[in-house]
Design a protein around this ligand. Structure first.
Ligand SMILES: Nc1ncnc2c1ncn2[C@@H]1O[C@H](COP(=O)(O)OP(=O)(O)OP(=O)(O)O)[C@@H](O)[C@H]1O
Ligand SMILES: [Mg+2]
Length: 391
């Protein structure tokens, strides 16, 4: 019996749950690609790591034909997934059409006027000139060309890693699609860093695009994620175990998958769920190991980005205030000796430690209970760095 739970980030799994609101928002975007109802635009979705952005895009790509049927579209759309590293014109053309935009490769750098060229150095062989289809010079022309057959829903994951210039060109071309009735809409998904990136790239009209946050699952879906894969095999998790697992997972999909995975590995014998404490303890230990490994990586990242002390102070603040405002955080950090609190807050927001899913000024915890880990580990570190007495 194959373990149905997936710990790998972004992996598509059979036990996808919830996200009704987000799926509906994407369905509306799809509906706006119908020729008699054309309204191409962008949808911006963001959330801290591990909440399921990649998984959601994978689910949408897999089910977009079904969505088109449900929406009774005049012509089926083509859903394409990409990441910023393949968002140059030639690669994107290839991903969308399945054909190469490369017309010719020549070794001398003589090229006709009016064609797109790319030059790559090839060791001792000298310069290699790549000649691309001349009709595709920018995103707008690319979108016009590739959508001639079918409307396109382009889903760009990790969009927060785009350069400011690339993001600006992408947003401008989406606006161009709206103005010229070119049936291409784009979902931009990434961590909360996506917001400041869009703000800073100077495409002010992008503020009008719909934004949605990808946060914790609803209670019933968190429970379903954990319980249903067992039920499908005729196994019922004891309620006390379910409660314990849910209390530890905070409706965070990455933890739920990891906990389910460990239970499946350690508590099933010959297709039967065994109620023995030692086995459940092993599952719990393995889950805690996975969780602490992830926390350890984040902790190292905070140190590298020089915001570890700020992260520690913020963990202290959240013990007394669960939704502190930006001003509250900044004042507290300044009082505790952080020289540039605004910069620290911004960086910790970008790193998924804190974020503001509801109100733009009110912060909430990003990755669940990471603050407890940061608080405890930092204090442990401090106690070890203090000089020992001689006796
Ligand atoms: N709706 C869901 N149903 C079931 N499992 C989910 C769901 N969303 C996410 N998961 C699981 O949670 C884990 C994290 O998901 P994913 O990698 O998509 O997060 P992410 O937001 O893209 O993270 P990152 O910002 O690090 O790329 C994966 O193991 C995935 O299978
Ligand atoms: Mg992802």
């Amino acid at each position: 019996m194959r373990n149905p739970f997936r710990q790998t980030l972004g992996s598509l799994n059979e036990n996808f749950v919830g996200r009704d609101y987000e799926i509906n928002a994407i369905k509306k975007l799809i509906q706006g690609l119908s020729r008699d109802n054309l309204d191409p635009k962008a949808l911006i979705c963001y959330g801290p790591q591990g909440y399921g952005k990649t998984t959601l895009l994978g689910y949408v790509a897999k089910h977009s034909d079904r969505f088109c049927k449900e929406l009774v579209l005049d012509s089926p759309i083509k859903t394409v997934r990409a990441t910023p590293d393949v968002c140059d014109i030639a690669s994107l053309y290839e991903i969308i059409t399945g054909e190469s935009a490369l017309v010719e490769e020549i070794t001398q750098d003589k090229t006709d006027a009016g064609v797109n060229v790319g030059i790559a150095k090839f060791g001792s062989e000298g310069a290699l000139t790549r000649v691309y289809d001349s009709s595709v010079k920018n995103y707008l022309e690319l979108f016009k060309t590739v959508s001639a057959k079918n409307p396109i829903l382009l889903c760009i994951d990790e969009a927060h890693t785009m350069s400011s210039d690339q993001m600006r060109r992408m947003l401008l071309s989406i606006q161009g699609c709206t103005e010229r009735d070119i049936p291409v809409s784009v979902v931009l998904a990434g961590t909360p860093k996506l917001q400041p990136l869009i703000r800073s790239c100077g495409a002010t009209f992008a503020e009008r695009y719909k934004r949605m946050t990808i946060g914790p699952l609803d209670n019933r879906y968190a429970r379903a994620l954990l319980v249903e894969p067992f039920e499908k095999q005729g196994m019922n998790l004891p309620e006390a175990r379910v409660k314990e697992a849910l209390d530890n997972c905070h409706n965070y999909p990455f933890f739920l998958q990891a906990y389910g995975h460990s239970i499946w590995e350690h508590c099933i014998e010959q297709g039967t769920l065994i109620e023995r404490d030692s086995m459940w303890q092993r599952a719990k230990d393995e889950f805690n190991e996975t969780k602490n490994r992830m926390y350890g990586e984040r902790y190292g990242e905070f140190r590298k980005e020089q915001v570890l002390y700020s992260a520690y102070v913020i963990a202290e603040i959240f013990k007394i205030n669960e939704v502190p405002s930006h001003v509250y955080l900044a004042d507290y950090l300044r009082e505790k000796g952080v020289p540039d609190p605004d910069e620290a807050i911004e960086k910790l927001d970008e790193l998924g430690y804190i974020w503001n899913p509801e109100k733009p000024w009110a912060y909430e915890q990003g990755i669940p209970s990471l603050m407890d880990f940061v608080g405890n580990t930092f204090e442990q570190e401090l106690s070890q760095s203090q000089p020992r007495s001689k006796d």
